[in-house]
Design a protein around this ligand. Structure first.
Ligand code: KIV
Ligand code: ZN
Length: 497
C-alpha cells in the first residue's frame, strides 16, 4: 500500500478562525490528542505572528514526541528565524515557508513579476535549509496558478532543497477534476518531482475541499493538510476524519495512513469543546446525526443488517453506541469511563472536583451529554484564574430595572459592587467594571444552548477589546447570566495579571 502522510493544521489554519483561539495549555492538550490519533505532522503555529503563537510552538515541541512539529512562515528571513528558534526543542522539526504564485498574488499582493517570485521562493527555501533539513514550501493560491509556471516553481524549490511542496487551493475554487489534473501535470512535468512529496491543502469555500484532496491523492499527492472537524478560515479546510474514513472505506485506492480511526470521535469532541465550535449535526463522520437512522425504512434495514444502510461501523470512529447514560446516580467510575471515551484523562483530584460539579449539574439537568461533561472539565481551568466570581445576584424582569450585585475574589481578596443596567447581563458587567476599573469594550457576545431543553447549559462566548488587543472569554452555566459574567471574567483574566 502507498503511505499517505497526514499533516494536521488545526492549531494553525484552524485556530485562525475568530473566536477559536486557544491558550497554550489547551493547544498542548490538542497536540497530544493529535499525537495519539496518529497524525504525522502537527502545524503548531505561525511563530512570528505573536508571542503567544511563538510560545505555543515552543511548548508543543517540548510536549510532543512522535509527530514532526511544523512552524509556518512567510518567505522572509525574519519569519524563518523566528520559526527556527521556536522549533528548537522539537524532536522532529519542519519549517513551512512559501509565497503566492498565482498572478492575482504576484500582481496585486506583491506588485512583482513571475521571475522575481521564483527567485524569492528559492531564496526562502535555501535560507530555511540553513536551520532544518525538512523544509516544506507552499505555493499560495496554487489552485489558481497557471500550471506551467507552477511546475517551474515546484521544480526550482525542490532543487533548492524543499522536501515537501504544498499545492494549496487557498480560495477553495478548483473543481476536483481540475485539481487532480494539476497534480498529474506536476507529477509528469517537474524534473526531480520524486525527490520531494507533493501535498494538498484545500479550503472548502465551494464545499469541495475533501473531493479535491482525494483527487490530489489519486493523482500523486502523498501528504494531505487537514483539520479536525474541517475547521478553518471562512468555510474551513479539508476535514481529517473525512479523508481518513474515505481511505479506510475505499480499500481499492490502496492508500494507507497512520490514523487510529477509533480516536476520531474523542479528538473531534475535544477540539469542538475547547474551540467553542459546535459540530453541525449532519457533519460527515462526527456529526450527532452521522449514524442516526430516523426513517422507518432505514431503521428496519439497519436492524436486519447494519450494512444495508451503513458504510461505516460507528465503533471504527470511536463512537461507543453502548455508552453508559450518565445521571445523578452515576458514580465516579462511569464518569471516568465517559471522559476517557472523550479523550480526557484526569488526575484523581481533578476527577473528584469534576465529579462534584457533575452531581450539581445532574440535579438541575436530567440529560447529561458529552458537551456538558467536557464543559465541566473545562471549568477546572478557572482554578488558575486570579479573578474569580464569588457570587452573583440579579433582579430582572419585564417592567423593572435590572440590578446586579457581584462579589469577586481577586487573588484571595474580596470585592463587591452593585449596578443597574439595561438587562441583567449589562447590570452585572457594569458591577464587574466598577471593581476591575480598566478600559474594556465588549465587542462580541454570543449565547448558545448545547442541546434543546430549557434546562440546558448555555455556552457564552465574549470578545473584549483592551488596550488595542482582543481577548476571548468563555463561560458555561445553566444560568445564562452567570455564564455571561463568567465569560467576561475569563476574558479579563487574560490581561489582568
Ligand atoms: O490556504 C493557504 O494557502 C495556506 C498557506 C499559508 C499554506 O494556509
Ligand atoms: Zn489554508
Amino acid at each position: 500500500m502507498n503511505r499517505l502522510f497526514i499533516f494536521d493544521t488545526t492549531l494553525r489554519d484552524g485556530e485562525q478562525v475568530p473566536g477559536c483561539q486557544l491558550n497554550t495549555v489547551e493547544k498542548i492538550q490538542v497536540a497530544k490528542a493529535l499525537e495519539a490519533l496518529g497524525v504525522d505532522v502537527i502545524e503548531a503555529g505561525f511563530p512570528v505572528s505573536s508571542p503567544g503563537d511563538f510560545n505555543s510552538v515552543v511548548e508543543i515541541s517540548k510536549a510532543v514526541t512522535w509527530p514532526t512539529i511544523c512552524a509556518l512562515t512567510r518567505g522572509v528571513q525574519k519569519d524563518i528565524d523566528a520559526a527556527a528558534e521556536a522549533l528548537q526543542y522539537a524532536k522532529r522539526k519542519r519549517i513551512h515557508t512559501g509565497i503566492g504564485t498565482s498572478d492575482y498574488h504576484i500582481k496585486h499582493k506583491f506588485n512583482s513579476t513571475r521571475e522575481e517570485i521564483l527567485e524569492r521562493a528559492v531564496a526562502a527555501v535555501k535560507y530555511a535549509k540553513k536551520y532544518v533539513e525538512d523544509v516544506e514550501f507552499y505555493c499560495e493560491d496554487a489552485g489558481r496558478t497557471d500550471n506551467e509556471y507552477l511546475a517551474r516553481v515546484v521544480e526550482a524549490v525542490i532543487k533548492a532543497g524543499a522536501t515537501v511542496v504544498n499545492i494549496p487551493d487557498t480560495t477553495g475554487y478548483c473543481l476536483p477534476s481540475e485539481f487532480g489534473e494539476k497534480f498529474k501535470f506536476l507529477m509528469e512535468n517537474v524534473n526531480g518531482v520524486h525527490n520531494a512529496i507533493l501535498s494538498t491543502h484545500c479550503h472548502n469555500d465551494l464545499g469541495m475541499a475533501t473531493a479535491n484532496t482525494i483527487a490530489g491523492v489519486v493523482n500523486g499527492a502523498r501528504q494531505v493538510e487537514v483539520t479536525i472537524n474541517g475547521i478553518g478560515e471562512r468555510a474551513g479546510n479539508t476535514a481529517l476524519e473525512e479523508v481518513a474514513m474515505i481511505l479506510k472505506c475505499h480499500k481499492g485506492l490502496n492508500i494507507d495512513t497512520n490514523i487510529n480511526t477509533q480516536k476520531i470521535y474523542s479528538t473531534s469532541r475535544l477540539v469542538s469543546s475547547l474551540m467553542n465550535m459546535p459540530v453541525q449535526a449532519n457533519k460527515a463522520i462526527v456529526g450527532r446525526n452521522a449514524f442516526a437512522h430516523s426513517s422507518g425504512i432505514h431503521q428496519d434495514g439497519v436492524l436486519k443488517n447494519r450494512e444495508s444502510y451503513e458504510i461505516i461501523d460507528p465503533k471504527d470512529v470511536g463512537i461507543d453506541d453502548n455508552a453508559i447514560v450518565l445521571t445523578a446516580r452515576s458514580g465516579r467510575a462511569a464518569l471516568k469511563h465517559r471522559l476517557s471515551v472523550l479523550g480526557v484523562e484526569l488526575s484523581q483530584e481533578k476527577l473528584d472536583n469534576v465529579y462534584e460539579e457533575f452531581l450539581k449539574l445532574a440535579d438541575r439537568k436530567k440529560d447529561i451529554n458529552d458537551d456538558d461533561i467536557l464543559i465541566l472539565t473545562g471549568k477546572d481551568l478557572t482554578a488558575s484564574h486570579r479573578i474569580k466570581l464569588d457570587y452573583l445576584q440579579v433582579t430582572s424582569g419585564k417592567g423593572v430595572k435590572s440590578v446586579a450585585s457581584v462579589g469577586l475574589d481577586i487573588a484571595g481578596e474580596k470585592f463587591e459592587a452593585a449596578a443597574s443596567g439595561n438587562g441583567p447581563v449589562d447590570a452585572a458587567i457594569k458591577a464587574v467594571k466598577q471593581i476591575i476599573k480598566r478600559e474594556m469594550v465588549l465587542q462580541e457576545f454570543t449565547i448558545q444552548a448545547i442541546n434543546r431543553g430549557s434546562d440546558d447549559v448555555g455556552k457564552v462566548h465574549m470578545q473584549i477589546l483592551h488596550n488595542g488587543a482582543v481577548y476571548y472569554g468563555f463561560g458555561a452555566n445553566t444560568d445564562i447570566v452567570a455564564a455571561s459574567v463568567e465569560a467576561y471574567i475569563d476574558a479579563v483574566n487574560k490581561f489582568v495579571k
